[in-house]
Write a protein that binds this ligand. Structure first.
Ligand code: GLV
Ligand code: MN
Ligand code: MN
Ligand code: MN
Length: 421
């Protein structure tokens, strides 16, 4: 123990939850008024302003800050042993369009509150404490999620940066326009040798904790995701004169594919599938669509599950084409494999929860997180707090302040336990 901890080894450090509340309230004002809910999408004006504020809060907490080439905001608090690897704590402050006030934000504010609490109590860690507000976790119109943590893990490739939105704007353009330097992405990469552990506090975003009356969750693994699009080619014909049984209607085949995704995912255990868009180039009611695109994703806790979902969809396509006299081609986008959270670190978090008086429930995360990327660099662990009604990625997303307080308390204790462990 360093100086400030002497004589208070068994005492726990209390978060100042009023500050976290003020942070939630402040970030809730930095939102795009043209979008529903609390929208601060990655690299938007509001996101740049929000992360500027986050950096200020880190500095006020005594951290030295640095913004890397893709916009990750990084704050460091030196440990007493300069050679000891860093304990990293982070999450994201961007949101999905039409999202809520808690997803990611609780983890960023919670991480800063760890630093504030250490400072308040004069506690020095042996290890460096490194806090990150990861850039653009939620993805973008270019279809790339976990942008900042990918850059840190060294997995943000040329293909990601050159991916474009429908207007031809690349991810690299989007990042540059926010004032960063994506051409220097290689400088964002961290060396795993310098890292002891990664911890992330997050709202659950699902119903498990609430259903079980549990206040704290410790994540076992995080979903893998495979994205795809199905291009359906039909024949353009007159909608009034072409008999129903001779049509080659791309829209109808696309609609059948949407339901196939639902059926296939529902048949698996712990698997989900979602179509986000069914689009056509001929959105007219008096013309039969000669083209439709179905854009979707599958998620599973296991790689084998993802593979099985993909195989079933592939096997379904010829049947759909035969039924609709269409020709379809299925393209797979990126597959992010499921990530396993570190068993030992998770045990430390369960122990930390017990120390501050809470029993933790272990659970799987069907939402993805920056921890997926960080687990490639360091043992990673996640602390979940309940989401009211299991709702998330919607304006109704809600977590009680007492639940957040409990999560921050466990996070502080977990950092202390990792430091001494
Ligand atoms: C992001 O929150 C995701 O799970 O896609
Ligand atoms: Mn999140
Ligand atoms: Mn999210
Ligand atoms: Mn997410």
């Amino acid at each position: 123990w360093a100086d400030g901890r002497e004589g208070q080894v068994s005492a726990t450090i209390e978060p100042e939850i009023g500050w976290v509340q003020e942070g939630l309230d402040h970030l809730a004002t930095l939102v795009d008024p043209s979008l529903p809910g609390w929208s601060r999408t990655g690299f938007s004006v509001q996101d740049v302003e929000g992360r500027h504020w986050v950096a200020q809060q880190m500095r006020a907490a005594g951290l030295s800050t640095h913004v890397d080439a893709v916009g990750n905001v990084i704050g460091t608090f030196e440990g007493t042993a300069p050679a000891a690897p860093a304990i990293v704590v982070g999450s994201h402050s961007d949101t999905v369009p039409g999202g809520g006030r808690f997803d990611g934000i609780v983890g960023v504010l919670g991480a800063i509150e760890v630093a504030r609490a250490l400072r308040r109590t004069g506690t020095r860690l042996t290890h460096e404490l490194r806090i990150v507000d990861f850039a653009n976790e939620e993805g973008n119109p270019q279809g790339v999620k976990l942008v900042g943590s990918r850059a840190i893990a060294g997995t943000l490739g040329h293909d990601h940066l050159q991916a474009t939105d429908e207007g031809g704007v690349s991810l690299a353009d989007l990042i540059s326009r926010a004032g960063h330097s994506p051409e220097k992405v290689h400088t964002c990469r961290w060396d795993r040798a310098g890292l002891a552990a990664y911890l992330e506090l997050h709202i659950e975003q699902g119903p498990v904790l609430e259903r079980n009356g549990a206040g704290i969750g410790v994540v076992t693994r995080v979903c893998g995701i495979s994205t795809f699009h199905l291009d359906v080619h039909g024949r353009r014909d007159h909608a009034g004169t072409t008999p129903m049984d001779t049509r080659s209607d791309a829209m109808c085949c696309g609609a059948a594919a949407v339901l196939a995704v639902q059926r296939i995912a529902a048949a698996g255990s712990d698997t989900v599938g979602t179509v986000g868009a069914l689009t056509t180039t001929s959105p007219l009611t008096n013309v039969i669509s000669n083209f439709a695109r179905v854009t979707g994703e599958f998620r599973s806790p296991h790689m084998a599950g993802l593979r099985a979902l993909a195989e079933e969809l592939e096997a379904d396509i010829p049947r759909l084409d035969a039924a609709h006299r269409t020709t379809s081609s299925l393209s797979w986008g990126h597959t992010d494999p499921p990530a396993v959270m570190d068993r030992h670190l998770s045990d430390v978090v369960v122990g930390a929860a017990a120390t501050v008086g809470h029993e933790a429930v272990r659970l799987y995360s069907g939402a993805t997180h920056d921890s997926v990327q960080m687990s490639q660099l360091a043992p990673a662990g996640m602390i979940f707090v309940p989401s009211a009604g299991g709702r998330s990625h919607c304006p109704e997303e809600w977590t009680e302040l007492t639940d957040i307080e409990r999560g921050v308390r466990v996070l502080i204790q977990a950092v202390l336990d990792v430091d001494t462990g």
